[in-house]
Write a new protein. Sequence first.
Length: 227
Amino acid sequence: MSVVALVPAAGRGVRLGAGMPKALVPVIGESLLLRAVRGLLASGRVQHVVVAAPADQVEVVTAELAALPSAHVVAGGAERTDSVRRALDAVEQIAPDARVVLVHDAARAFTPASMIRDVVSAVEQGAPAVIPVLPVTDTIKQVDDAGDVVSTVDRSQLRAVQTPQGFAIDVLREAYAAAGDVATDDAGLVERVGGKVHTVAGHPHALKITTAFDLAIAESVLAVAGE
Ligand code: C5P
């Protein structure tokens, strides 16, 4: 039974300011998307990847991934939720035997293979939904509209969430069937339908590249890795 990864990459990447969809931004010569998709396949636990591209860039993205025959491209939608839903719908055709599905940000292009394998294994061992998490290192405060502190949150119970998030495919289908229009977190949709979400250890290299500063950090990570 195959494992399929969905990669929503249909955003405009405005915060990065590169003048192109964030997924296509190169880091030392290769786009975030190509690195992310290759990383999923190189984990050895993912057989197919379905990428949701900006609707007017399906051809560009298909060309970008031409070297990877297990990568499939569909047109994304107006919101991330629409893009994931379209990719999920395509799984029926691409891999009808899929029982485990991952949802992964193209922007987390440097996610270690071991983390991808940990997420898949946890789903295969029976968890309906699995997310990789890191402890929160900053002190977190709740503030009001005036910018005054309301309270200090106990950070020992907080976790920052990364991707890939993993799901039993029926669980993700049920969560999306019940979902409204906008959600930034797929596991959150599972929580809304009463599903249990398990956590595994995340990794600092799975950082989400959102700003030019993050891009500079990613380039440093690659430099240290000897690329
Ligand atoms: O903008 P944000 O960082 O929240 O987007 C998260 C991910 O969702 C990005 O990888 C982006 O490309 C994707 N996305 C999408 N379709 C949209 C909007 C965002 O696939 N309509």
